[in-house]
Design a protein around this ligand. Structure first.
Ligand code: SF4
Length: 364
């Protein structure tokens, strides 16, 4: 069995990332075979349950209200709408639904109660439920756990240094604090990042070190390739090459041996051959559906054809951990506390974020 190490250094991770490619692939694939079934890949569906209008300034995100992008904003979806989409995802082979809301942080109240009901509903469909709702307190994490949440996603995005060059409205420590709050419950942790934002390879290694030192390491790590959207501060970033993606996936597999590594945004820019190399290097999950929150994604039929071609099987729900029980709202042990936690707002100036914001003001 491969051993999980929590004391990785940036130098050691860089040494792995920069190995001759064939050696890197061989090492990653060897670990992958010891810790996972290499012919099984989880298919997850990402649902944007509340789109756009976000108060944050994440430089990569078309949902930030301060940038001018072409996305259509939506209020919080109804429980029935979410249930219908989850059923459709299930019949198309998904075993997990990840619900994303464009919020800075969760606030107790009607909207959160509605999300809790969505969690109960999807868990009862025997699918893994994941949420990505922004920063949450321990009490909110407990309420989600009680509703039957399987995973909570909160990405570190990049290294701590580069994070400051992409986001000014919250700090890295806020991310870690939310992950810690989730860890105090039995909800699993999903945390990863984005490559292709103009960061250095050292930053990529820095992010992996930060993820690896979490104890336990995240059960799930999405690796996204930036999809540069017009109007966002990162609109001019060039797409990363497939070789960067393969190296990142392989290094993630070695540093986080037991984690489910998710090939996330940016798959439309990858050939089948490129994706196959990522699966060989240790990726064992994809997101299905024609949209990933707001950016394009391969058609689900195309994905199923690729699975057939590569002899891959979709992972069954709860293959890695038992299904959580759902406690109905009327039997809840936890009440809404109406907390007002002091999540930070560093507010340093990021020039390209300011330029994108000013451009939007000029258009109004
Ligand atoms: S990534 Fe999330 S928090 Fe950041 S602007 Fe987009 S929706 Fe808001």
């Amino acid at each position: 069995m491969s051993v999980t190490k929590h004391n990785w250094t940036k130098e050691a991770v860089l040494n792995i990332y920069n190995k001759p490619l064939m050696e890197l692939l061989y090492e990653a694939a060897t670990i992958h075979r010891k810790t996972h079934d290499p012919n099984v890949v989880q298919v997850s569906t990402l649902l944007s349950i509340k789109t756009g209008g976000c108060s944050e300034d994440c430089g990569y995100c078309p949902q930030a209200a301060r940038y001018h992008t072409n996305i259509e904003g939506n209020d919080l979806m109804s429980v029935q709408q979410v249930k219908a989409q989850a059923l459709r995802a299930k019949s198309a082979g998904s075993s997990r639904v990840c619900m994303g809301a464009a919020w800075r942080n969760v606030k107790d109240g009607k909207a959160f109660d509605q999300v809790l009901e969505m969690v109960r509903t999807i868990n009862k469909l025997d699918m893994e439920v994941c949420c990505t709702l922004g920063m949450i307190t321990q009490n909110q994490a407990q309420r989600l756990a009680e509703a039957g949440l399987y995973a909570y996603n909160h990405n570190l995005d990049s290294s701590e240094d580069y994070y400051k060059k992409v986001i000014s409205t919250r700090g890295y420590q806020d991310r870690l604090d939310t992950i810690n709050n989730v860890r105090k419950t039995n909800v699993t942790v999903c945390s990863g990042g984005i490559i292709g934002m103009g960061e250095s390879i050292e930053d990529r290694a820095g992010m992996l070190v930060a993820l690896s030192t979490l104890n336990p390491q995240p059960e799930s790590t999405p690796i996204n390739a930036l999809v540069a959207v017009a109007g966002t501060p990162l609109e001019n970033e060039k797409p990363i090459s497939i070789w960067d993606m393969v190296r990142m996936v392989a290094t993630t597999r070695i540093v986080l041996p037991k984690t489910q590594v998710r090939l996330s945004a940016g798959r439309t820019q990858m050939s089948r051959e490129g994706q196959a190399m990522c699966f060989f290097a240790g990726a064992n999950s994809i997101f299905a559906g024609d949209k990933l929150l707001t950016t394009p994604n391969p058609d689900v039929n195309e994905d199923m054809k690729m699975f057939e071609l590569l002899g891959l099987n979709p992972q069954k729900p709860f293959a890695k951990k038992m299904q959580p029980e759902t406690v109905e709202a009327s039997n809840s042990q936890f009440e809404a506390l109406g907390e007002k936690p002091k999540w930070t707002r560093p507010g340093h100036v990021i020039e390209r974020n300011e330029i994108a914001k000013e451009k939007f003001k000029g258009l109004k």
